[in-house]
Design a protein around this ligand. Structure first.
Ligand code: COA
Ligand code: ADP
Length: 594
């Protein structure tokens, strides 16, 4: 079932689409019914806030200060979390935020927040921010944010009830939230590992000294006393308030470098490490860590202490913010170089360069729409976590689509198709008498795939990245006598379910590796999104679904199968079933841990 370009009949395509159109109209009608039923539907956790931007909310440039915006974002998100939890919640973390637009005085800010998923005591809240010009009626998206809140009752964490997603968008967010949580919890370690292995040394001595500003000149220290208006009814400081204070000191540091009014473009993902309460003093320290051509990174750290115990400071937060300086035409200006202090300053300077590279990779891979991601992305230590995320979330997004159409059924194996944008996708589904965890083990080891899939002639494990991710080099047989065999370099990422309603997932996508470049011997094939979802249907009963998104080279083969002109997919899937049944009792040692 790997992308196997067949020399199949184009006419298959016409018949596929004509026969499927009628089924699709039936399905569209069903969709419309569902939509009608959903008319007026509003997510029960959704909370909205609209604020008119007044001069008291603006910065030196007459634009809404990001600190104020962060307070509104945090409040809206917290109220949504509390609506679901039914008890007080605290901000645990905020994912990266990229600000697309500034907001001017007189405009309205519209903030919408809803809980995407509840885990144990924590939940992910998705926030959308738009600005509205009331004179022209125009609206702009300003940013999207994802915050994690933890629910507390009587100072103990609360076990939350699950969220049941209803719409396609809610199902997608719900499914991918598990993957985002995984990335969030790994984030600190991932960054630490990447920084430790970052080798690029910048030659500070070759820089033009006359354009260099000593980092010391940008250092800021500021203290804040937490008063009741800064805290919730349990006296815990609002996360948004702390973010606003952090933005304040970071802006001062950035202004000192450029001698102008800077604009905040991005905030890196951060974690509220510990709480602070009314009466605490917060010491905020900021400095410009590095200045690039058009942007600079400012780091801020926050410590809290009680008046009676000033020496016992608690480090409660650190964040990294990216600023630019815009000219009258909103074009970024060239910034002066920074001269870091020897020691700690030089370390932070280098780490800021590494973070910039990581941030760009992450932004590209994580926020790209799937259709825009090139087929084979280079595999690199700085992007491996994000490629793995992209691999699993692309498959989950495909699974969550609600416009799949049943295309055919043979021997209780069903084939569904989905036409969207430039892609044709299909999935096959069957129920097998095998334990889901065992099926997961058997199917996630791609070295065993040649046992049932004739499109996999041989498989070499190139790199076991971690427990859940591996890179394989796959050779596929030649498709005709005069064609070359194909080869693929693929990343397989597997995930166990987060809760009982979720499937086991095995996602596959192409990557490129410097050690496995294209050779004249093989034709290089590519796959963007495919893999298995395994749902536990009962004891020793698993629903096995295989999904694949057909890339152009694979389209003929898929349409021929979908049209019923070939039974290749059914034969392969049947072979997969026998493989699972024949091996259902091989108790692998790691099975116990699944
Ligand atoms: N990002 C997202 N969620 C995180 C996280 C992070 N960096 N670190 C922990 N969590 C989640 C865990 O996954 C867990 O969720 P689950 O129960 O759904 O599985 C939950 O937080 C509790 O984690 P745990 O490890 O048991 O707790 P902890 O003792 O580390 O507490 C906080 C985590 C966030 C509650 C704690 O660090 C805290 O109180 N921070 C300050 C919160 C606050 O006061 N914010 C307002 C501004 S000060
Ligand atoms: P790190 O030093 O590894 O970056 P920290 O959490 O100690 O991590 O600090 C986060 C950021 O806060 C630093 O990168 C720096 O920009 C800023 N910072 C920390 N300590 C100070 C300080 N004493 N003065 C000014 N800024 C500071």
């Amino acid at each position: 079932m790997i992308q196997n370009v067949g020399n199949h009949l184009r006419r298959g395509l016409a018949s596929v689409f004509s026969s499927r159109t009628s089924r699709k109209s039936a399905s569209r009608a069903a969709d419309e019914d569902a939509m009608a039923e959903d008319e007026g539907y509003r997510n029960p956790t959704e909370v909205q806030m609209s604020q008119l931007v007044l001069p008291c909310h603006t910065n030196q440039r007459g634009e809404l200060s990001v600190g104020q915006l962060l307070k509104w974002i945090d409040t809206t998100a917290c109220l949504s979390a509390e609506r679901h939890a039914g008890c007080p919640c605290v901000t645990a973390s905020m994912d990266d935020i990229y600000f697309e637009h500034t907001i001017s005085v007189g405009q309205v800010v519209n903030i919408k927040a809803k809980v995407n998923r509840a885990f144990n005591s924590s939940m992910e809240v998705g926030i959308q921010v738009a600005s509205e010009d009331m004179c022209s009626g125009k609206q702009w998206s300003v940013c999207k944010a994802l915050a994690t809140f933890v629910a507390y009752r009587d100072f103990s964490k609360v076990k939350l009830k699950q969220i049941t997603p209803r719409t396609e968008e809610e199902k997608m967010e719900h499914s991918i939230a598990a993957e985002r949580r995984r990335m969030r919890l790994l984030y600190a370690d991932t960054i630490k590992d990447l920084l430790a292995n970052w080798t690029v040394q910048e030659d500070l001595d070759s820089r033009d000294c006359s354009r260099m500003v000593p980092a010391e000149k940008t250092r800021v220290e500021s203290v804040e006393l937490v008063l009741p208006p800064h805290a919730n009814h349990q006296s815990n400081t609002f996360g948004g308030q702390i973010m606003a204070w952090m933005e304040n000191v970071a802006t001062i540091a950035a202004s000192r470098l450029c001698g102008a009014h800077p604009t905040l473009k991005a905030i890196e993902m951060f974690h509220f490490r510990g709480p602070s309460q009314v009466g605490d003093r917060l010491v905020l320290k900021a400095i410009v860590n590095n200045a690039f051509k058009h942007s600079m990174e400012v780091g801020v750290s926050v410590e809290a202490y009680h008046q009676e115990a000033e020496t016992q400071r608690r480090h409660i937060n650190s964040a990294f913010m990216t600023f630019v300086v815009l000219d009258a035409d909103d074009q970024p200006q060239v910034l002066p170089w920074i001269r870091p202090q020897p020691g700690e300053g030089e370390r932070r300077y280098r780490e800021a360069s590494a973070r910039k590279k990581i941030r760009l990779d992450r932004k590209y891979i994580v926020s790209c729409r799937q259709a825009e991601v090139p087929l084979s992305v280079p595999w690199d230590p700085s992007n491996q976590v994000y490629l793995s995320y992209n691999n699993v979330s692309s498959l989950k997004m495909l699974v969550a689509k609600d416009n799949w159409v049943l295309s055919s059924e043979t021997n209780q194996v069903r084939m569904y198709t989905l036409e969207e944008d430039k892609f044709l996708s299909f999935y096959m589904e069957m129920v097998v008498h095998v334990d889901a965890a065992q099926a997961f083990l058997l199917l996630s080891d791609l070295r065993r795939r040649p046992e049932w899939d004739k499109h996999y002639r041989s498989v070499e494990l190139v790199q076991q990245v971690d427990e859940d991710d591996a890179i394989y080099h796959v050779i596929s047989p030649a498709l005709s006598n005069d064609a070359k065999p194909q080869d693929f370099v693929i990343l397989a990422s597997r995930r166990k379910p987060c809760d009982s309603g979720e499937p086991y997932v095995i996602a596959v996508r192409s990557v490129t590796l410097p050690t496995h470049r294209e050779t004249p011997e093989y034709q290089r094939g590519e796959t963007l999104c495919s893999g298995f979802c395994l749902w536990r249907e009962g004891d020793q009963l698993t629903k096995v679904s295989y999904y694949s998104q057909a890339t152009p080279g694979f389209l003929n083969y898929v349409t021929t199968n979908v049209a019923g002109l070939s039974s290749g997919f059914y034969t392969t899937f049947e072979a997969c079933k026998h493989f699972l049944l024949n091996n259902r009792n091989d108790l692998a040692p790691s099975l116990q841990t699944l």
